[in-house]
Design a protein around this ligand. Structure first.
Ligand SMILES: NC(=O)c1ccc[n+]([C@@H]2O[C@H](COP(=O)([O-])OP(=O)(O)OC[C@H]3O[C@@H](n4cnc5c(N)ncnc54)[C@H](OP(=O)(O)O)[C@@H]3O)[C@@H](O)[C@H]2O)c1
Length: 305
C-alpha cells in the first residue's frame, strides 16, 4: 500500500510525513510538492518525492501513479483558484486509481456558512462525494497556533483586539492534533465515507482567548467587538486587499480582507460552534487546549509585551 501526501512541503504536509514514517516503510510514502528540492531530506530517507502542481494537471498523472490512499491537503489560495486546483487533483486521483482520498476540510462547512473559505471546502466535499472514490472529510477547526502565534501576539503588542466575531465561539484545535487525525485515517482501515469534526476540547470566544493571553503574558487586552464594515475598513487601512485577485504580493497579512471578515462573521453567527470527541477517538489522546498551545508559544507572547 502506498500513501500519497499532497502539498507535502507545507507545515501540515511535513508533519504528516514525519508521523507516517513512524507507521510505514519509507518506500510506501509518496510526497507530492511543487518544490521537490525542499524535501530532498525525505528523498535521502527512501521516500518517493515527486513534482506535482494542481495548477499543472499534466504533472499529476505521474505524480499520483501507484498511490493507494491520498491525503489531499487543501491549498492556500483562499478566494482564488483553490476550487479549480482541487478539481484537478481529484480528477487525477480518480484517473490514477486511488482508492481513498482524505481531505483537509473545515468545521461547519455547508451552504449557509458565509465564510469564503468554507464555500470552497463545501464545493470540494461535493466533488469528492461525486467522484466515485471513497472519501474521508477531516473538518479541521481553526488552528490554535494561528491564534497563539499571530492573533494574540498582535493583540498583546497593541493592547487591543478589534474583531467582528463578537461573542461567537469556536473550539480551536492544534495543528498537531489535525495532523495526527489525518495520519490515522490514511494509515488504518475503516474510514471510508466518514466525516470527522477535528476540534479542540472546548468552545472559546475570541474574548476568552484575549483574557487567557492577558493572564499568561501579564498585560491587559482591550477587546473591541465591531461590525463587519468596521473590520473591513480596518483591513483597508492596513493595505490588505479585499479579494485575492486584487493581488496579495504587498499585503501585510496573507489572507484577503473579505475572507477574514466573512470568517469572523461565521464565528459570530455560530457556524463554527462545534466540539467533538473525534480527535480522541482517532488518536487515543485528548486534544490540546488553547492554554497548552499558548504555553508552547509563551516566549513569543511575552516578547511583544
Ligand atoms: N484549519 C485552519 O485554521 C487552517 C489554517 C491555515 C490553513 N489551513 C488549510 O490547511 C492547509 C495546510 O495548512 P498549512 O499550515 O500546512 O499551510 P502551508 O504551510 O501554507 O501550506 C500550504 C500548502 O498548500 C500547497 N499548495 C499551494 N498551492 C498548491 C498547488 N498549486 N498545488 C499543490 N499544492 C499546493 C503547498 O504545497 P507545496 O508548496 O508543497 O507544493 C503547501 O504545502 C492550508 O493550505 C489551508 O488550506 C487551515
Amino acid at each position: 500500500m502506498s500513501i500519497i501526501v499532497t502539498g507535502a512541503s507545507g507545515q501540515f504536509g511535513r508533519q504528516a510525513a514525519e508521523l507516517l514514517l513512524k507507521k510505514l516503510p519509507a518506500s510506501e510514502l509518496i510526497l507530492i510538492t511543487r518544490k521537490p528540492a525542499a524535501l530532498a531530506d525525505y528523498g535521502a530517507r527512501g521516500v518517493q518525492v515527486r513534482y506535482g502542481d494542481f495548477d499543472d494537471p499534466a504533472s499529476l498523472a505521474s505524480a499520483f501513479a501507484g498511490g493507494t490512499r491520498m491525503l489531499l491537503i487543501s491549498t492556500d489560495q483562499v478566494g482564488g483558484g483553490r476550487l479549480r486546483q482541487h478539481r484537478n487533483a481529484i480528477d487525477a486521483a480518480v484517473a490514477a486509481g486511488i482508492r481513498q482520498i482524505a481531505y483537509t476540510s473545515f468545521i461547519g462547512v455547508g451552504p449557509d456558512n458565509p465564510a469564503v473559505s468554507t464555500t470552497e471546502h463545501t464545493a470540494t466535499e461535493a466533488m469528492l462525494r461525486e467522484c466515485g472514490v471513497a472519501y474521508t472529510f477531516l473538518r479541521d477547526s481553526q488552528y490554535a497556533e494561528s491564534i497563539a502565534q499571530f492573533a494574540l501576539p498582535g493583540a498583546l503588542a497593541t493592547g487591543e483586539w478589534m474583531t467582528s466575531a463578537a461573542e461567537g465561539r469556536i473550539a480551536l484545535v492544534s495543528r498537531d492534533d489535525c495532523v495526527a487525525c489525518a495520519v490515522a485515517v490514511v494509515s488504518s482501515a475503516g474510514h471510508d465515507n466518514r466525516i470527522y469534526d477535528i476540534t479542540g476540547p472546548e468552545l472559546l470566544s475570541y474574548r476568552d482567548c484575549a483574557m487567557l493571553a492577558a493572564e499568561l503574558a501579564g498585560k491587559p487586552i482591550d477587546y473591541q467587538a465591531v461590525s463587519d464594515e468596521e473590520k473591513l475598513a480596518f483591513f483597508d487601512r492596513l493595505g490588505v486587499p479585499r479579494r485575492i485577485e486584487d493581488g496579495m504580493e504587498n499585503s501585510p497579512i496573507p489572507w484577503p480582507g473579505e475572507e477574514m471578515v466573512s470568517f469572523e462573521r461565521a464565528i459570530r453567527e455560530g457556524h463554527f460552534a462545534i466540539v467533538s470527541d473525534h480527535v480522541e477517538r482517532l488518536t487515543g489522546r485528548v486534544p490540546k487546549s488553547l492554554r497548552e498551545v499558548c504555553l508552547e508559544n509563551i516566549d513569543r507572547l511575552r516578547a511583544v509585551c
